[in-house]
Design a protein around this ligand. Structure first.
Ligand SMILES: *Cc1c(COP(=O)(O)O)cnc(C)c1O
Length: 247
């Protein structure tokens, strides 16, 4: 019985395939219309709240990178999904007691917003793995509930992260305030882009090249404003259970 109910709730892999292809075409269209090369924009499938079968359906359409927001939900899924195994990004709020699990099981972490967490991730990254790729999360709109470093503190946090031996700083990530209209979102994204350019100049590191911004509702605005990595859940897999929001 449970089995039947679960399969009824599950999104059809053919639908995932269709949505993924449609999204890729849209990315190409928007990029081209803003004079950008579609190949500079990476597609991250956000798989929080989705079953391993749904993730596999996405991988079969050529998705190669997936993102999870909750360590306890992710660990079983990461174990279960092998061959092909995607590049796994951790994109959720980070509690200090979860850093060891993140450093051990993920390839990237995009939500680092304080030095204490970065230090723990570096110290806990297992020696047999390559350095952990990392983005610093910026709290663009000074939202008190949201993770992220204040824009004016981002450059110094980034500089400090580059000194940690087991981390490789790759760029910035942000989630703009919900409820803004598209023009306001484009403005938020442009602010992040400007900050990104600034930090890039200060660091002078070719590794620092990833601007992670844009979700299902606003990826077009993000591409227009210079995003190089968009994080899509709903656009690929349909609506999620309400509990699983972005923070
Ligand atoms: C959930 C989540 C997403 C994806 O949200 P959608 O609106 O479903 O595309 C992207 N980024 C982060 C950080 C998230 O938590």
């Amino acid at each position: 019985m449970t089995q039947i109910l679960m399969s009824l709730c599950e999104i059809d892999p053919a639908v995932v395939k269709q949505k993924t292809l449609a999204v890729r075409m849209r990315i190409a269209e928007v990029a081209t219309s803003h004079g950008r090369d579609p190949n500079e924009i990476r597609l991250l499938a956000v798989t929080k709240g989705r079953s391993p079968d749904v993730v596999r359906a996405a991988l079969r359409t050529g998705v190669m990178e997936c993102g999870e927001s909750y360590v306890s939900e992710a660990l079983g899924k990461l174990q279960e999904i092998q061959e092909p195994r995607p590049i796994w990004h951790f994109i959720g709020p980070i509690q200090a007691n979860k850093t060891a699990a993140i450093a051990t099981h993920f390839d990237w972490v995009q939500s680092v917003d304080r030095l204490k967490i970065a230090r723990r991730l570096s110290a806990q990254r297992p020696p047999h793995l390559r350095a952990l790729d990392l983005c610093v999360q910026v709290n663009l709109d000074a939202e008190t509930q949201k993770a992220g470093v204040a824009p004016e503190d981002a450059a110094s946090l980034c500089a400090a992260c580059t000194l940690l031996p087991r981390l490789r700083l790759r760029g910035l990530m942000a989630i703009p305030k919900p409820g803004k209209n598209m023009q306001e979102r484009v403005e938020s994204f442009l602010r992040l882009h400007a900050l990104f350019r600034n930090v890039q100049q200060q660091l002078g590191s070719p590794d620092f090249a990833v601007l992670s911004m844009g979700m299902s509702a606003d990826f077009e605005a993000a591409i227009q404003a210079g995003s190089t990595l968009i994080r899509l859940g709903t656009a690929l897999f349909g609506p999620r259970p309400a509990r699983v929001a972005a923070r």
